[in-house]
Design a protein around this ligand. Sequence first.
Ligand SMILES: [Zn+2]
Length: 108
Amino acid sequence: MGETTDVACRQCGGAMEATVRHQNNLLLQTLGVIFVLTGLLVLGSAGLALIGGLAAFAGGDRSGVAVLAAEAMGTAIGAALLVGGARLGHKKSRVWQCAACGYFYERL
Ligand SMILES: [Zn+2]
């Protein structure tokens, strides 16, 4: 868009431009990958167990209701880890950036 403002750069006095900066945190990204892998593992095993449990439940076996609930929760936790892990370490921040010297500060 290149939207400019009459705010002058604090360093060189140039025009500031509204832009978005992408910041990646390598440590958090690594943690995110671990979360995603853990999530996949949990989701996979809990999901399979859930299907097996549901089949037994449908077959008239009512003894595994608590186990079934735990498996459903495990599936939800696995999915949450997957989504959370994928987003971890990526940050978008809206900034004003000087076109001349690159100086920037966060937009409110
Ligand atoms: Zn500047």
